[in-house]
Ligand binder design. Structure first.
Ligand SMILES: [Zn+2]
Length: 245
């Protein structure tokens, strides 16, 4: 079983063939956690997650969108149908830093309230993200944490913090670094489909490439990688095994 914990199948990129892609995931034992970006996208994510046993929902409020407090109500109302809160986080490519920090604090409180892990985007804000999650009462998954080696090590040492290896690890030195520096017990895998792949069309099926890269880096078999990552998935996304029942 392969887990892609961060994908955006609601993107226009998949409008034409999303059903085929989901069927391929089912055929290849790929489990996907869709990450919503705003209230509207979250509705789509929730809907698609109900269409297949392999698709799960995480709903979020991406820092590149204007913060919408309705998201909080939406998360509480759908708490039994989601496995995480995300994509959320900080993106200091945009200048409203203070506003983003205060929104992210609200989101951490919300995640604690409904007891869901966070899936976190951190562009140009890795240090600030680590500061904010270091006291959080829920698990944190750092998606594509392209940071310095020092910060990657610091992240891996925080309790209940996981680093997700993007499938672009096949060519990205930065993604490789995460897999090298973090212990197996803190690794998850993702594709960020349709983004983050310069070589080919990115779909959740590419998550298998991230697993392959991990077997080479950690010198373990595919079976060992699969079972270690499945264990991490179940630790972080606590309701993933019961949500479809
Ligand atoms: Zn994303």
């Amino acid at each position: 079983m392969f887990y892609d914990i961060h994908a955006h199948l609601t993107s226009n990129e998949f409008k034409k063939d999303i059903n085929e892609i989901i069927k391929e995931c089912e055929k290849n034992n790929v489990i996907v956690i869709l990450n919503g970006l705003n209230v509207e996208d979250n509705e789509e994510v929730l809907k698609i997650s109900k269409s297949s046993p392999n698709i799960f929902a995480s709903i979020g409020m991406h820092p590149s969108y204007e913060y919408d407090r309705n998201f909080e109500k939406q998360a509480i109302q759908n708490k039994d149908d989601i496995v995480a809160i995300g994509e959320v986080g900080l993106d200091f490519k945009y200048s409203n830093k203070e506003e983003q920090i205060s929104n992210f604090k609200r989101i951490i409180l919300l995640a604690e309230k409904i007891n869901k892990p966070l899936i976190i985007h951190s562009r140009k804000a890795q240090e600030e993200v680590l500061k904010l999650i270091s006291n959080a009462g829920v698990s944190a998954v750092l998606h594509a944490f392209l940071a310095t080696n020092k910060l990657i090590r610091e992240a891996a040492e925080l309790p209940n913090t996981y680093l997700s290896i993007p499938s672009n690890v096949v060519y990205s030195e930065q993604s490789r670094n995460i897999a090298i520096l973090a212990p197996m017990s803190r690794l998850l895998c993702e594709t960020d489909s349709p983004y983050m792949n310069k070589n080919e069309r990115n779909t959740p099926l590419n998550v298998i490439n991230a697993y392959k890269a991990i077997t080479a880096i950690k010198k373990i078999s595919m079976k060992e990688a699969e079972s270690a990552i499945s264990l991490n998935v179940k630790k972080v996304f606590k309701n993933i095994e019961i949500i479809k029942k």
